[in-house]
Write a new protein. Sequence first.
Length: 200
Amino acid sequence: MAMPAGGKPLDSLQFTFEQDPRTTAAEAGAASWENGTLQLTLTNRAADPLHVESVQPRVTRTEPRPRLDWVLEKPKGCGGGEAQRSLKYDLDRDRLLIREGEQEAPYGSGGDSSLSGLTVTRDKPAYVRFAVRSCRAYYEWVVDITYTIGNERLSHRVGGLRSAGGVAGVPVYTMTANPDGTRKTELSGRVTSARCASKG
C-alpha cells in the first residue's frame, strides 16, 4: 500500500489481526502498490433476478509523478497462486485482460463472457475478482456495473479506488507482530524503485 503525500502518517494507523492491513490502509486513503486484487460481491434485494450486462473498470485520473509519503510492504502469507485463467486490470494501459497461463489477451476477445450474463438473486450473490497492476503512475479509478432487473436497465459505480507504482525513492516499511495481538510497522531500510516490483 502507498500513501499519497499529505495523507495519514503510517504510525497513526492501528493494525490488528481482525482486519487485513491492506484494508486498514485503504480505508485511511492509501493506494494499492504495484500489484493488488479487487474483489466485488454483487447482491440483489429485489424479487426479480438481476442480470449483469457488463463490469467495466476505468481510469478517471492519472498523476505521472506523484509524491508518496510511505509504502507498506504486503504481509507475507500462504496459500495457492492465481488460477490458471484469471482477469487482470492493467491500469497503465487502462485495459481489462484475460490471463491464460503466461498469455494475456484483451477482455472480450475469443467470445469470453464471464463478466456478462451473470445472474444474481436474493439467495445467490455473484463474485467478480481481478488482479490489478500499476507500474507507471498514481491512478484513481472506478468500476461501472451495468445490469437489468425485469425490463429496467440500471447502473452502479464503485468509486474511490486508488493504485500506484513505479515511483522511486519512497521509504518502504515492513510489518511485524506484537505479543498483544496488534501489529507494528518499522522502516525496512529500503526505498522504492522506478522499476515496477523492485524495491531498490
